[in-house]
Design a protein around this ligand. Structure first.
Ligand code: MN
Length: 146
């Protein structure tokens, strides 16, 4: 793990959008749920959650957006285009394709050995016990991951 990636308490309150893997993906939905709960527990304004899918990678960001992608990273050319106007883009992922992601190193939290929801939970709260549900989702996701 890259220790230069911002902490949850540093990054999350700044976010305007969270993009998560939304193709009927338990790992992606669990990432969304865990992050939503982080906001709800603190009674903070929740950012906009946007489900992403591989076939429609034409999403436009606004210049001032502060974005976190979880369990999904847009194609290289899309991110390069975003970066020309929007510098605050971060990603937490575990897919091999994310290695090609053109974000700066300290904007990426990548771990190919675990599911995204497990990485997200540890990032949100390193002391939290990994639930059976999270373990189940991880087992499934690592099995089907492409
Ligand atoms: Mn996943």
């Amino acid at each position: 793990m890259d220790s230069k990636f911002p902490s949850a308490s540093e990054l999350l309150p700044k976010l305007t959008k969270v993009i998560y893997h939304g193709e009927d993906c338990a790992d992606g939905y669990m990432c969304k749920f865990l992050i939503q709960e982080w906001f709800n527990e603190r009674k903070l304004r929740v950012p906009k959650f946007i489900p992403a899918n591989r076939k429609e990678q034409n999403y436009e960001l606004k210049d001032l957006d502060y974005v976190l992608m979880v369990d999904f990273i847009y194609k290289e050319d899309v991110i390069k285009k975003w970066l020309t106007t929007t510098p605050h883009i971060f990603a937490i992922d575990h897919h091999n394709t994310s290695m090609k992601c053109p974000l700066p190193d300290d904007h990426k939290l990548l771990d190919m050995e675990r599911s995204a929801c497990t990485i997200v939970q540890e990032w949100l709260d390193p002391l939290k016990h990994k639930s059976r549900l999270l373990t189940l989702i991880e087992d499934r996701d690592m099995w089907t991951k492409k």
